[in-house]
Design a protein around this ligand. Structure first.
Ligand code: 2P0
Length: 347
């Protein structure tokens, strides 16, 4: 019987605290600005992928959450082709290696969270796909090297190749060889940092990220200001706040960047709305909490959807989560949010 080779890897969800929004090259997924993210706990939010190959497989196939999906998209094909090229190099150097690069792949992938609900499922998905195949092929490439392949699958996926605090450096080269993810600090650097997700809605998003950002690049004058005058300085400041574990500064920059990103969405024509009334109430509540304490102890951030991610330090957990529980369980007229969704995925 023909041998089946296989390997499994998980990849975490990452939530941007400095947002990627805009491409300067859509084929290579090169961004218009650098970004920063925090990786969430794999206990709560992750993709698990098994990649296998065999001489008897007749075509490349993918099963995502139990359903068959096409691997025949240009982005996925580009990722598979890059990985096969690396494997071919190994096989050319060592004749004794099995010719895995010539075999078809079967990929089985599973998320433990709602797909496409603004919870960065494509990031974890592509990162797990690239990691699993790189392991199957026994590739020697570093996580930063592999992040360049993941980036071509989905921009934000490059940041899910690392745990902890991650920067995606936009790079300057036209071929994208310097547009990669790097570690700012490992998870262990800031053990007090916590995050919780408020699942306001697990519906699919209205405007997919890829087309949304293209519209913003094309139509928003505010966007030019953001990428030229706002993000470059914020990128350096946020990295410093992480290295120095300066929570108030990290939190302020995180909230301001979420606001700035959603402002460019609103400035697009026609406008893009990702936040709903509940999202806006959460923003007000976090500001109220910080005001009443007299310092910033919690930060909100929103991606391309209405769900909030709240960052806080462990020492303030009962204050932050206590307030959110109390408000969303009891105030009339506020959307009731599933209390279970407030379980903090410790990061
Ligand atoms: C981010 N988002 O930095 C930002 C914040 C959404 C808002 O990365 O077209 O799914 O696949 O490169 O990575 C969503 O964009 O877009 C995203 P593609 P992606 O996390």
């Amino acid at each position: 019987m023909a041998k089946i080779y296989y390997a499994s890897r998980t990849a975490p969800v990452n939530i941007a605290t400095l947002k990627y929004w805009g491409k300067r090259d859509k084929d290579l997924n090169l961004p218009t600005n650098s970004s920063i993210s925090v990786t969430l706990s794999q206990k709560d939010l992750r993709t698990l992928t098994t990649a296998s190959c065999s001489e008897v497989f007749e075509k490349d196939e993918l099963w995502l959450n139990g359903q068959s999906h096409s691997l025949d998209t240009p982005r996925t094909q580009q990722c598979l082709s890059d990985l096969r090229k690396y494997r071919e190099e190994l096989e050319a150097r060592d004749e004794s290696l099995p010719k895995l690069s010539k075999m078809h792949l079967h990929i089985v992938s599973e998320n433990n969270f709602p797909t496409a609900a603004g919870l960065a499922s494509s990031a974890a998905g592509f990162a797990a796909l690239i990691s699993a195949i790189a392991k199957l092929y026994e590739l020697p490439q570093t996580a930063s090297d592999l992040s360049k392949i993941a980036r071509k699958g989905s921009g934000s996926a490059c940041r899910s190749l690392f745990g902890g605090y991650v920067a995606w450096e936009m790079g300057e080269l036209e071929n994208g060889e310097d547009s990669k993810a790097v570690e700012v600090a490992p998870l262990s650097h800031w053990p007090d940092m916590k995050a919780c997700i408020l699942v306001v809605s697990d519906d699919k998003k209205d405007v997919p990220s890829t087309s949304g950002m293209q519209l913003t690049v094309k139509t928003s004058p505010l966007f030019q200001h953001r990428i030229e005058k706002v993000v470059p300085q914020r990128f350096e400041e946020m990295k410093k706040s992480i290295v120095e574990k300066n929570f108030p500064l990290f939190a302020e920059l995180t909230m301001k960047d979420s606001n700035s990103f959603h402002a460019t969405c609103l400035d697009s024509y026609p406008p893009i709305f990702y936040l709903n009334d509940t999202s806006k109430r959460i923003i007000k509540l976090i500001n109220l909490l910080n005001d009443s304490v007299g310092e910033i102890i919690a930060a909100y951030t929103y991606d391309a959807g209405p769900n909030a991610v709240i960052y806080y330090e462990q020492k303030n957990e009962s204050r932050v989560l206590g307030l959110l529980h109390a408000v969303f369980k009891s105030v009339d007229g506020w959307q009731k949010i599933d209390v279970k969704s407030l379980t903090p995925p410790s990061i």
